[in-house]
Design a protein around this ligand. Sequence first.
Ligand code: ARG
Length: 489
Amino acid sequence: MKDDILRRGRLGLQSEEVTLFTSSLESDRWIFDSDLMVDEAHVVMLARQQIIGEEDAAKILTGLDWIREDGIELLDSSYEDVHIAIEARLIELIGEEAGGRMHSGRSRNDEVASCIRIALRKDLIELGSLINRLRLAFIERAREGVSLIIPGFTHLQRAQPTTLAHHFLSYACSLERSFERLTDAYKRVNLCPLGAAAFAATGFPLDRAYACELLGFDDLLENSMDAVSTRDFAIETISVCANLMTDISRFAEETILWSTDEFNLIELADEYTSTSSIMPQKKNPDVSELLRARTGTVHGHLVSVLSICKALPNSYNRDLQEVTPHLKDALMITKNAVNITAGMLETLEVHADVMFDKSLSGFSMATELADMLVRTAGLPFRTAHQIVGSAVRMGGIDFERIEEACERVTGRRPEQLGIERDQVNRALDPVTSIDQRSVVGGPAPEECLRSIRERERRVKADEERLKSINERLMHAQKRLDDAIKELRG
Ligand code: ARG
């Protein structure tokens, strides 16, 4: 019978069925590396505080190295989680006299919270650079579309013309905020729960600040009860993902619509489409559809985690274990989705002619025409709105109908209001109309070019931010490695 280091004192063995039910080993793969790092930092700190002897610490550190080399596969999978499986393996490798000291002044509760935060921050940094890749892809495609006039929609009805640059920049802008939310969440992810033990801290003279530093955390989670009980950082991170995926799903939806024969504004690269097993002509936007669907999955993860955490009494409850897979999966789906979206965007073909033609039809110039009546004749906007609306109802916004509508609404002919035929015709030209929309954030080419430069500048600055976060972590890793080397002599 196995000598279960966890259960042998109090409980005796458990059936395989119940162990499987309680086990987190499968999703603990995600935190295997972080767990070894947390073990190392804890042991280095214990030795420095003379809570364990340097010789024992050195043995433990060597054993942890072997376990790292062997990988998670060699751990005893009948243990309920990676923490206890690593400890059991360590004891097996170096004996209990030294190995049995690793867990002094620590609980799996502060351990797991530390591990999750370390694994998560790595994913967050990766997600950050993927977001930046996607931002650059939108910026690049916007640059190509600075003078390309497209129909703009509200309620999915053709509304006013805009430019492709303006359309793509809208996504670059919202992704910018996603990046901002990500770095903001990172601040609260990268806090150190270690030293909180089960929840009531410990009587051992731990140096929490030292372990925190070795692990590259920015600060301590001070209150030991809060440190082990909270998963607010998980909720916050999945919320960042859910928000980001919502934007991805909006773009995915547009690629689905825009690539239909009915819209015909773009064509997706073959690689991002599938065909039918029966209808040989089909080119289906399956990638976009899956992006749309996986957004739902990520939203589900957010709701799951909120529901799991809600009403949990202080402090640790095993319910918290159930949060980790949702967090890990939400991150994985989101990273993957952002990456795929960038590739799809980079390769899609734009049907410039169709875009321009469709921007002309559907009364898209009605607003511009009403604006012109206000500017030229000094009419109240509401009156101009009625004139143009009436002309549309008559069937068109040509000069004749505007003339008739104007007389009906105001009792005066356009000429009497100082409106000439060619002014009406000019207002119907989308190129002139777009050029005029040069207010900050508008679709005018010069304004889009300015915005493109600004967006680019911000991506660069954000890349620098990621770089300095990475450098901080690498610096901490080096301090930890040095401390380990020193102990092992
Ligand atoms: N596998 C556990 C989790 O993910 C680790 C902590 C176990 N703590 C405990 N008191 N049972 O939350």
